[in-house]
Design a protein around this ligand. Structure first.
Ligand SMILES: Cc1ncc(COP(=O)(O)O)c(C=O)c1O
Length: 380
């Protein structure tokens, strides 16, 4: 089987990630819940992982790294914990439903006002549209670093400057870029960074993080046991326990920790170069094929390792099924939880077949996938 659905989750993980999870399941107690060795071992591992994440993403300190179960939880925490009734928020057509749905709910229930930076037919945003929409009354800009459909990368460093200039907080969804490109919260003016651990970071499912800059108050959306300040009636005010009620997923976090070591040892630049090479190899083979439409903007040198396409007007589900049944190639059809992006591309009805690549894919696999697309295109 050739697995090309890495934007949903990376299937192949480094061996040491699996070993770390197995070790954790046999050896770790409940972190911060006891003074015995099993609990302390889990606590040390968790603290160490916070530090690795803080170092990798330019976060002010390990205590400002909050573990979550995925990017959706991180984004819900950030959006619901920062935005108040009556606020204005600027976001974009590129967003995933994990940004859109929390914002739509606040629009309905708390009467916030939303401004959308529009996408063009290639899935690109214009920085000048952010300038036009962000006002001094804007509470936050919420923006993805890359579209999970087209793979287009957004210039978050420039958007960070615009948000900062207008006193708006900048919340970034790095689900498709964490582990693939270098991100530095400090340098890019990012106030809150959200991502999953199971995609480009190659960690286990059920892991994710929210990173918050100093001085930003996020209201906790869940309260409960933290192992500290147990006689206080309210949730402790300090990060990370402010946002971490309940037992942490130390088994998954141990796997994520090993994945971060793998990425650091390999080098993010090297990962970006390899995945980009695979992407270009695929794009060059399929983009000129009669009847094939590839979406997105491939003119920029930086592009997430994602290519979405359609074959004539055939339903994307039919093509994706055919790829799996006849060629054993796993891709993702349909809407990809990115409704506004599909509207902008004009693919609402058809959806699109998304191919997404990882560090573990090979050039041979890319060529087989491209040949399959050519064959299917000739058949329909
Ligand atoms: C851009 C983007 N944001 C958020 C998410 C949500 O990630 P998760 O399902 O791990 O919460 C995804 C998942 O595909 C994504 O691609």
């Amino acid at each position: 089987m050739i697995y090309l659905d890495n934007a949903a989750t990376t299937l192949k993980k480094p061996e040491q990630v699996i070993d770390a999870v197995v070790y954790a399941m046999g050896n770790f107690g409940n972190a911060s819940r006891g003074a015995h060795g099993y609990s302390l071992d889990a606590s040390r591992m968790i603290f160490g992982t916070r530090q690795k994440i803080a170092d990798m993403f330019g976060c002010p300190g390990a205590d400002h790294v909050i573990f979550t179960s995925n990017a959706t939880e991180s984004l819900n925490m950030a959006i619901n914990g920062i935005i108040s009734p009556g606020d204005r928020v600027i976001t974009t057509d590129l967003e995933h439903n994990s940004v859109l749905r929390p914002l739509y709910r606040l629009e309905n229930e708390s009467h916030i006002s939303l401004g959308f930076v529009p996408s063009d037919r290639k899935g690109c945003l214009r920085l000048s549209d952010f300038e036009k929409l962000v006002t001094d009354r804007t509470k936050a800009v919420v923006c993805t670093h890359a579209s999970n459909l087209t793979g287009n990368i957004v210039d978050i460093a420039e958007i960070g400057k615009i948000a900062r200039r207008h006193g708006a907080l900048f919340i970034v969804d790095a689900s498709q870029t964490a582990g693939f490109v270098n991100i530095n919260m400090e340098k890019m003016n990012i106030d809150v960074l959200c991502f999953s651990g199971h995609k480009g970071l190659m960690g286990p499912q059920g892991t994710g993080a929210l990173l918050v800059r100093d001085g930003i108050e996020i209201r906790p959306f869940k309260t409960g046991g933290t192992g500290v300040q147990s006689y206080e009636k309210s949730q402790p005010a300090e990060y990370p326990v402010r946002l971490e009620a309940g037992t942490l997923n130390s088994h998954g976090i141990a796997g994520l920790s090993a994945a971060l070591d793998f990425i650091s040892a390999t080098g993010i630049d090297k990962i970006e170069q390899k995945e980009n090479r695979l992407l270009r190899r695929f794009y060059e083979q399929v983009s000129g094929v009669r009847g094939v439409t590839v979406y997105g903007d491939f003119s920029s040198s930086l592009h997430a390792p994602v290519a979405a396409l359609n074959i004539r007007s055939v339903d994307s589900g039919e093509i994706s099924d055919c790829l799996f049944r006849e060629y054993s190639i796993a891709t993702r059809p349909g809407a990809h939880c990115a409704p506004r992006m599909h509207e902008a591309l004009g693919t609402r009805e058809q959806g699109a077949v998304r191919f997404s690549f990882s560090w573990f894919n090979t050039e041979e696999e890319i060529d087989i996938a491209a040949d399959a697309v050519k064959e299917i295109a000739a058949k329909y």
